[in-house]
Design a protein around this ligand. Structure first.
Ligand SMILES: Cc1ncc(COP(=O)(O)O)c(C=O)c1O
Length: 344
């Protein structure tokens, strides 16, 4: 069967042109700082985000953990949103590797307000409580349904954290989805964070790789932690070439993925057994509730899978579909038609 794979935007395969760029990449030993393609990527990204330096890493998970390690000491506290990727899907790395404690705050579709950040901050004068050292936010927010952080909120939150000596880090795995949807440049988001990361291996279509961005000092420390975690890679220009290709060719087209997500969301809204908040679909992620169908998310996903449409359960009654560059409009329309046939 030819599947329409909407499980994640990580399922994309490198295109022939991307593979050609990879094959032609100039390489060197990056652990010695010798790989010209990696160096070019890091310099280009730092410039694009108007920060001093950047560091190519194997995954989004490693990008987040080296950032947390670089910003904190054991026993510090980190404010994170309860549905964040860092809290839910990174194997408690912050607890086990950095020895920090998360202070969880429940956001609205993953979005925190400045007041929530303020009330999650520990009083500095109290010796009994941990030190609030870092705030981690996520934009777009995966479990929030691809929600975009309103930039005004980020500005207010940053004003607050800066004046309270709290560092701020952005999990921007899908930051370019936010940029394309809002028209903001990456640096406009980056100005409100001490560090951030984004992934090449999601909507941008590269097979591997993420990048951490920040000050020279911060990147120097993150670099050491990358090595400690076994993330020093050698002739990795082959992968950096895919990342450079993605930056040059696959950003603007994210708009198509957003249009496709709208088509899915519209289709879902017409199925009475499903519920969706259409206003919440802002980028390439669609989350809908299947409780009224009398089935749970696992059963719905199984039925869809048998007809060739792949999605993932995202809670007992929540299903997630993600659009990406390997699914075209015709396939999206077919997926909607199949959903209607099964559930209408
Ligand atoms: C928001 C977010 N952050 C981080 C990651 C981790 O990326 P990776 O799978 O490359 O470790 C993901 C992966 O889906 C993600 O959605």
């Amino acid at each position: 069967m030819h599947y329409i794979d909407l499980r994640s935007d990580t399922v994309t395969r490198p295109s022939p042109a991307m593979r050609e760029a990879m094959a032609k990449a100039e390489v060197g030993d990056d652990v010695w700082g010798d790989d010209p393609t990696v160096n070019l990527l890091q310099e280009r990204v730092a410039k694009m985000f108007r920060k001093e330096a950047a560091l190519f890493v194997p995954s989004g998970t490693m990008a987040n953990i080296v950032s947390i390690l670089a910003h904190t000491q054991r026993g510090d506290e980190v404010i994170v949103e309860k549905e964040s990727h860092t809290f839910n899907y990174e194997c408690a790395g912050a607890a086990t590797l950095a020895g920090v404690q998360f202070y969880l705050v429940i956001g609205t579709n993953g979005i925190l307000t400045p007041d929530q950040v303020r009330s999650a901050t520990r009083p500095v004068e109290d010796v009994h409580v941990p030190k609030t050292k870092l705030l981690c936010l996520e934009n777009t927010h995966n479990r929030g349904g691809g929600k975009i952080y309103p930039i005004e909120l980020l500005a207010q939150i940053y004003d607050y954290t800066k004046s309270h000596s709290i560092k701020s880090h952005l999990d921007g795995a899908r930051l370019f989805n936010a940029c394309v949807a809002t028209g903001y440049e990456p640096w406009q988001y980056a100005q409100y964070f001490d560090s951030l990361m984004f992934c090449f291996s999601k909507g941008l279509g590269a097979p591997v790789g993420s990048i951490v961005i920040g000050s020279k000092d911060f990147i120097h420390q993150a670099h050491g932690y990358r090595k400690m975690l076994g993330g020093g890679m050698r002739q990795v220009g082959i992968l950096a070439a895919a990342a450079l290709y993605a930056l040059e060719n696959n950003i603007e087209r994210l708009q198509e993925d957003h249009q496709h997500a709208q088509l899915i969301a519209q289709g879902v809204s017409q199925i009475k057994k499903f519920q969706i908040d259409l206003e919440n679909v802002e980028t390439n992620i669609v989350i809908f509730d299947v409780a009224k169908s009398g089935l749970n998310a696992y059963q719905v996903v199984e039925l869809l899978g048998k007809k060739g449409v792949l999605m993932v359960p995202f809670g007992e009654f929540l299903v997630r579909a993600v659009t990406h560059l390997d699914v075209n409009q015709e396939q999206i329309q077919l997926a909607v038609k199949i959903m209607r046939e099964i559930f209408a």
